[in-house]
Design a binder for this molecule. Structure first.
Ligand SMILES: [Zn+2]
Length: 83
């Protein structure tokens, strides 16, 4: 999942990208939304961007080793708690 795949939420995406660029990454991040909201895709896009080896200006590359692992859901670097 990439930020570009999530429609809208431009301000939220910009804040997350800014945090990564400024190296202010929280050790844990909550993504809350109503049922059917974009919290899960946003969390996955953020995890992808944070761990990307060759990030683009405002998104993960989508092709590095980490991105491939994210696509296969075989990475341990992203822990999701769905409540
Ligand atoms: Zn990447």
């Amino acid at each position: 999942m990439l930020f570009k795949d999530i429609p809208g939420l431009e301000e939220t995406k910009a804040q997350l990208i800014k945090a990564v660029k400024n190296n202010h990454i929280a050790h844990a991040q909550l993504f809350l939304s109503k049922n059917g909201g974009a919290n899960l895709p946003l969390a996955l896009a953020y995890a992808n961007y944070v761990n990307c080896e060759q990030p683009l200006e405002n998104d993960a590359c989508g092709s590095c080793v980490h991105a491939q692992k994210m696509k296969r859901s075989s990475t341990l670097t992203c822990i999701l708690c769905i409540l």
